[in-house]
Design a protein around this ligand. Structure first.
Ligand code: ADP
Length: 809
């Protein structure tokens, strides 16, 4: 087990490690692949950018070369055109240069016809060219060079500002050098960069370096052998910045930066113009190309991110996508790889929990079994169909049957279940387990079990309950115990009480008889102080005897209230209360105090044992009459109050001394007397007897303060069955109840003939329960309350009920 555990533990650890390791591997590989891919994409992009840059630079270079070539060719064409005319006029010049206006010569300022004039011939030259149409020509020699180079005719291009003709180009050495070079070589040329004479007045910030394109004008030789005769030059000014901006902007679509450098006569590179495209320059190219007899250099630069097709968001997308995919894969691998071990762990935990739960439930079951085995009470549990799930050993021992009957129908015969009378088979529907299966609770149901193993029979008391829902199934449980001995003991006690009461009361009757005889004897004796004293002594003896007799009656009533059989009948309450009141008040001595005021309201007919009911009423009315402050009249109301359907509620209210709140809860306990009862005769048993009687009838009894002072007792009893009408379920119940009660009475009478006899009320004397109030009526002689005739005179015939004060109230 130990080595298996270690191996399992090792496996679990390996499994636990494998998951994270695999996930880490996937993470590393995934990231490496992603980075490699992104790197390759970047390389591709760089290569693409370089390619695009090369293409764009080539295009830009070609554009610049083509444009300069075109300018040069145009100059040559114009020069050739002018050269065809030996008599060149302003009109000829205008006609020859007119096409230039629409040739789209970016950066061109003007085109001019320039002639060379020695210093001495300026005026003559001026006149000559005026005559050729140069109106208002004024030659403006600058400095004092040998040869002045005057512009004669002029056409401004691209809406440049018009400048008067006649300026002396010789004042700009770069321009003069270009002119002379062109004349010398007979070919078009371009000057070094310089600021055109026409721009020298513009603010420094707007000034640009420019060139002039020059072509010499020769007229054709007049005859063979003649040399072409030089006429002058066509010169076109070109602003470097405008030119570069125009050409490069169009050629590169605004994507390339550019710087144009021209190499001057001294071989020095001079930056002529710069064009700025938006963006950060990270690619550069350089191209050198010939323009006329000069070398120009074009430096281009670009922001690779702006070159079309060179840079895009693919690498970033690939990077993010790759990282995301890698993470997801790693998580997936981790989940898959550790899933098994996690599931295994969960299974282990669940198994451990299950094991401990199983052990716990085994322990509980063992405990329950032990409790059941050691219980003295019998316990039986059935399922919802009445099949026995459990019968503890005590149950089997009590019932004397080892094998259970599983169908409720068989129970009666199988176990030998009878009513307490020992004869009537116990009805199935009244069995506590059967009632519990229908959701009813029953307590203290008495049954007699008599079968082969229990030939003498035992009396058991059974409690039935529906099975608690926590048991997880429907069913019922019954708990029962043997009450045979208890009953026997109770009966013995009752017999004993009866015998004691009878034997105690007999000598008392003898004493009283002798006292009465002695009293009669004294009636004839001559009056004197001794006679008076003896008579007083006799009275005291008789009072004591009466009190003792009353006490014995109360104790007897206390016993019978519990054990005497009930014989319920329909009893009209009104006449009974009137009778009790009348009996209670008939012996009030005249002048012993104000007469009691008793009101008896309309009262219903109830179903009760008349003798016991009378005892209850007598006790309550007796207490109400007794517990009044000395010298005050008792005021009593006996009324019926609202109650549950089928029940009567009777209230006995008084305006007496009341019961202190802390005494109320115990007032119905045996022998409890309130502290306010001091000075009033009593035993503290009367209310205990009342409670027993009321509860044996299924009712309740209670007490409350009477608003306005005094006490208000109430108790409930079943209403009498309605006279007419349909004999419904209530009546059936009542019949069943009556039958059960009388059966029980019979059984007890049969079992205990002596007590039965002692407790059965004799026909000719008031029932002993009805005698009990007499003891309460024995008042302290000092209280001045009405003195009632002691009921201990057992032979006193029962008074005919008549209308008492209640009837008139
Ligand atoms: P007792 O024989 O003392 O009257 P009971 O059982 O009849 O015994 O009454 C118990 C106690 O309840 C009395 O001692 C008394 O203190 C109190 N009691 C009963 N009825 C009344 C009442 N109507 N007014 C005031 N106190 C009462």
């Amino acid at each position: 087990m130990g080595s298996r555990g270690t191996i399992a533990h090792g496996e679990t650890r390996r499994a636990r490690l494998a998951g994270p390791l695999l996930a880490a591997a996937v993470l590393v590989i995934g990231l490496a692949v992603t980075l490699r891919t992104v790197g390759a994409l970047h390389d591709d992009q760089r290569a693409a950018a370089a390619r695009v840059m090369d293409q764009r630079t080539a295009v830009a270079r070609a554009a610049v070369t083509a444009e300069t070539g075109r300018y040069r060719d145009l100059m040559q064409a114009v020069a050739a055109g002018l050269g065809t005319n030996t008599r060149l006029t302003a009109g000829d010049f205008a006609a020859a240069t007119a096409p230039l206006e629409t040739a789209g010569l970016v950066g061109a300022t003007s085109v001019a016809f320039v002639v060379a004039t020695p210093s001495g011939e300026i005026e003559e030259t001026e006149r000559f060219w005026r005559s050729r149409g140069a109106d208002g020509l004024t030659l403006q020699p600058r400095g004092d060079p040998d040869l002045h180079l005057f512009s004669i005719f002029q056409r401004t291009l691209n809406n440049s500002a018009a400048v008067a003709s006649g300026i002396d180009v010789a004042s700009a050495p770069e321009g003069a050098a270009a002119l002379l070079e062109a004349r010398r070589t007979g070919r078009p040329t371009v000057s070094d960069a310089y600021v055109l004479l026409r721009d020298r007045n513009v603010p420094l910030i707007h000034r640009q370096l420019s060139f002039i394109f020059v072509a010499p004008v020769f007229t054709a030789p007049a005859g063979d052998g003649d040399l072409p005769s030089f006429q002058g030059w066509v010169a076109m000014g070109l602003r470097g910045q405008d030119f570069l901006g125009g050409v490069l902007g169009t050629a590169s679509q605004g994507l390339l930066d550019g710087e144009l450098y021209a190499t001057d006569g001294q071989g020095q590179r001079l930056k002529v113009a710069a064009y700025d495209a938006p963006g950060r320059r990270d690619l550069e190219r350089q191209a050198t190309f010939p323009v006329a007899d000069h070398q120009w250099t074009l430096l281009t630069g670009a922001d690779s991110h702006r070159l079309p097709g060179a840079r895009n968001g693919t690498p970033t997308t690939v990077l993010l996508g790759g990282i995301l995919l890698t993470l997801m894969l790693a998580v997936l691998v981790w989940v898959l790889a550790t899933g098994r071990s996690r599931a295994r762990e969960q299974v282990l935990v669940a198994t451990a929990e299950l094991r401990s739960a199983e052990a716990e439930s085994r322990r509980q079951a063992g405990l329950l079994g032990a409790i059941m085995a050691s219980l003295g009470d019998g316990v039986g549990v059935v399922d919802e169909n009445g099949a026995f799930l459990l019968h503890n050993p005590a149950a089997k021992a009590l019932l004397g049957v080892a094998v259970d009957a599983d169908r409720p129908d068989d129970w009666q015969a199988h176990y030998g279940i009878f009513r307490p009378d020992g004869r009537t088979p116990f009805p199935l529907e009244e069995m506590p387990l059967v009632r519990a299966l229908q959701g009813e609770v029953s307590d203290g149901v008495e049954m007699l079990i008599r079968n082969e193993q229990r030939p003498d029979g035992i009396l058991i008391s059974v409690d039935g309950r529906p099975l608690d829902p926590s048991a997880g199934q429907h069913g019922a449980v019954a708990v029962f115990h043997d009450i045979t001995e208890l009953r026997r003991y109770e009966n013995d006690l009752a017999v004993f009480a009866g015998v004691v009461a009878h034997d105690l009361k007999a000598p008392l009757a003898v004493i009283r008889g002798h006292c009465e005889t002695a009293g009669d004897e004294l009636a004839d004796a001559p009056p004197g102080p001794e006679v008076t004293e003896v008579r007083a002594a006799l009275d005291r003896i008789m009072n004591a005897v009466d009190r003792m007799a009353a006490l014995i009656d109360t104790l007897l009533a206390y016993t019978t209230s519990r054990d005497a059989p009930l014989t319920p009948r329909d009893v009209p309450l009104g006449p009974l209360v009137a009778e009790v009141v009348a009996q209670r008040t008939e012996h009030v001595r005249p002048g012993a105090g104000p007469p009691p005021d008793v009101y008896v309201g309309p009262l219903p007919e109830v179903r009760a044992d008349p003798a016991m009911l009378r005892h209850v009423l007598d006790n309550l009315v007796g207490n109400a009459l007794k517990y009044v402050p000395p010298g005050r009249a008792a005021r009593i109301d006996v009324t019926a109050g609202p109650a549950e359907p089928g029940w009567a509620r009777i209230e006995v209210a008084d305006r007496g001394i009341g019961i202190p709140a802390d005494d109320k809860p115990a007032i119905f306990e045996s022998f409890h007397r309130a502290r306010t009862a001091a000075g009033y005769a009593g035993t503290g048993l009367g209310l205990a007897i009342c409670r027993r009687i009321v509860e044996r009838h299924g009712g309740t009894i209670g007490v409350a303060d009477n608003p306005g002072g005094g006490t208000r007792f109430h108790f409930t009893l079943p209403l009498a069955a309605p006279e007419a009408g349909d004999p419904g379920a209530d009546r059936d119940d009542r019949v069943a109840l009556d039958r059960a009660l009388s059966e029980r009475a019979e059984a007890e009478a049969a079992a205990l003939p002596a007590v039965g006899e002692a407790l059965r009320p004799p026909a000719i004397r008031p029932p002993c329960v009805a005698e009990a109030p007499a003891r309460a009526a024995a008042p302290p002689s000092s209280s001045g309350a009405p003195v009632l005739r002691p009921a201990v005179a057992a032979a006193t015939p029962r008074r005919t009920p008549g209308a008492g004060p209640a009837g008139t109230a």
